[in-house]
Structure formats: C-alpha cells, structure tokens
Design a protein around this ligand. Structure first.
Ligand SMILES: [Zn+2]
Length: 340
C-alpha cells in the first residue's frame, strides 16, 4: 500500500511539473543548440540514445546507425533467414519495419554504408478489439493497406476472436474489460496495457511458430520500458528493468518470469529500439516521410502514462546525461528504494 501511494505521488509530482504532455515533450528543444556533427542550428534536438545534439539529417544517420549497431552487436539477423516483425500500428513498430526494410535494401539513402542484408520479413498484426484499447478490424485493414503500399509486404493478422478467447481464458470481462480500473487513479490503467500485451505476445508466439520464424522483432522503446517500470512499481509488482526488456534482448530465451512478456521456447524476442525514446522514433518517422502511422486508440497511453514516461526520461536526461536506458534503470532503482 505504501509502495503504491509513494510511487503515485512521485509520478504525480513529475506530471505536475511537466505541464501538458505536448509542452513537456518539447521542453528539451527550446534551447539554442548546434548540431555536434555539422554545426547546423536548424531543428537541433537531443538524441535520447546517446545525448548528442543533432539536426534532422544527422539525427537520421545516427538513429539508423544505432539500430544497425544493435542488430550487429546482438547478432539479430543472419543471412537468408526469415524473421517476424510485430506490427501494432503504433510509431515504434512502424519505425522498426522502416528500419528493417531499409536494412534489407542497404539503407540506399546512405550510399551503401552497410551491405544489403538478405532476409525475409514476415509481418504480424494481432487485431486488438476496440474494447481493449485497439483499433479492431478496421485498424488492421488500414495498416495492411499502408504496409502493402510502402513496403510491398503482406500483413498477417491474428483474428479478434482469438484475442477474445484468450482474454476470456484470463477471466477478463469481455463486456467491460477496463471496469476494474475505472475507479482507480491515473496510474492504474497501466494494468490494462500489461494484460493486453500479455495476450498479444502469446498470440505472436503462436504466429511465429506457424510461420517458422525463430526471431520476432518488437518495437519496444525506452518510453515503453518506462511505462512498464512505472506500472510494475505502482501495482506493487516491481520487476527489474533488465528482466523486463534486457534479458531477452540478446539471449535465446525470453525468460521474463512473472512478466506480461513472459514466454518460453526457442523464439528470440528482439527489441533493437529499446534505448530510444518514443519522441525520437516519431521524429525519425517524420524525417523518413512516414507520417501516416496509425496511433492505437489508447487513452491511458495518450494522456497519462506515455507522456509521464516521456517526461521521466527527458527530465532525467537533462539533469544527468546518460543513455535513456540507464536513466530509466536509475529511476526504477530509485522508485524501488523510495517504496521500501
Ligand atoms: Zn547536423
């Protein structure tokens, strides 16, 4: 009890300091800055993954380099293999697809700094019903059209019925899945995305098996990691961040016991964007001309948790520059300590 209220107070304090979510996300961008690479002063912002001040073209180059580094460092791709990409339709998963597609084409706009990788991309989309914060079948259709047009790829969907069957198995009410959260305060809706993520990931795992994919790419960002961290601590179920998104970053098994992301078996869950903030992901998509991404209808994420998590990361980066991953790690430790 003390744990929950302490964390809530801490997050409320952050929220109160941050103003509106839009303003808060932009607070680090108002200072006059020069790009550390080309000295340009135009649209220079801090890149969350390494705290460099970068203009848009240099940011895109660093962003893709950061992605390529993760892919190579953790041997995420092998020649000739078939990999799955989990596409929610949110910015992070679309950025992930853009990056993987670019890698396959050798990042042509960078004059072949990396050799083209030959691998097959299979795109999965679990249709999340509107009652569970998703966009339902119509959202899936829009996503399919977008992916087909831009990448020439087919989106393999998992039907809503399978999601609902799984939800029923978890004894969640299909009539009002969020009912238990309605009377609770701002943090508690994070329980809902954690449950939804658990269902989605279980279904993704079945899909990967059916399509004989040994690797599944997820667009988990540091913002998402912060959300999960806040949710875990707030619900009295703190997990180590590395257990949540780090362990299965490079190991062959997921091994996140007790987590919404728990899984077993030979499938590798890969999260090459885990050190990058959602804001940077959106900035990258804009720079690449992918402005038509579909934002999942998640009111808890749009107005509360996501913006809080972004403020978390950017305030911490401002006061103590580090990678955003280590910032979230520090925050998590601090929250756990303050809760004791
Ligand atoms: Zn520059």
């Amino acid at each position: 009890m003390q744990q929950t209220s302490g964390t809530t107070a801490a997050v409320r304090a952050l929220g109160a300091n941050g103003g509106s979510s839009t303003d808060a996300v932009d607070t680090t961008e108002t200072l006059e800055r020069k790009c550390v690479v080309c000295q340009s002063t135009e649209e220079v912002r801090v890149f969350s993954a390494n705290c460099e001040r970068l203009c848009v073209p240099c940011f895109v180059e660093r962003f893709e380099r950061s992605f390529r580094y993760a892919v190579q460092r953790w041997s995420m791709l092998s020649h000739g293999e078939r990999v799955a990409v989990a596409l929610s339709g949110g910015p992070a998963s679309l950025a992930l697809l853009e990056l993987l597609h670019g890698l396959r084409r050798g990042f042509a706009h960078h004059k072949g700094k990396i050799r083209p990788k030959h691998f097959e991309i299979v795109v999965f989309h679990v249709i999340v019903p509107a009652g569970y914060g998703g966009n339902g079948a119509s959202g899936a259709a829009a996503l399919q059209a977008l992916v087909q047009e831009r990448y020439g790829l087919t989106v393999h969907t998992v039907d809503e019925a399978l999601f609902l069957a799984r939800a029923d198995a978890l004894e969640m009410s299909t009539r009002d899945p969020m009912a238990t959260n309605h009377q609770l305060d701002v943090l508690d809706p994070t329980i809902a995305p954690a449950l939804v993520a658990g269902i989605v990931n279980a279904l993704l795992e079945r899909m990967a098996e059916a399509y004989e994919c040994k690797k599944l790419f997820l667009g988990t960002t540091v913002t998402r990691a912060a959300i999960i961290t806040i949710a875990r601590v707030a619900t009295g179920n703190p997990l180590r961040l590395d257990a949540e998104i780090g362990v299965d970053y490079h190991s062959s098994t997921a091994g996140c016991q007790g987590s919404a992301y728990a899984s077993s078996g030979p499938l590798r869950w890969l999260r090459p964007l885990r050190n990058i903030s959602l804001r940077d992901v959106i900035r990258y998509l804009r720079a690449r001309g992918c402005t038509a991404w579909i934002t999942p209808a998640e009111p808890w994420a749009q107005e509360n948790i996501e913006s809080t998590a972004e403020r978390f990361i950017w305030r911490a980066l401002e006061t103590r520059p580090a990678t955003s991953f280590s910032v979230v790690h520090s925050i998590e430790r601090a929250l756990n300590l303050s809760a004791d």
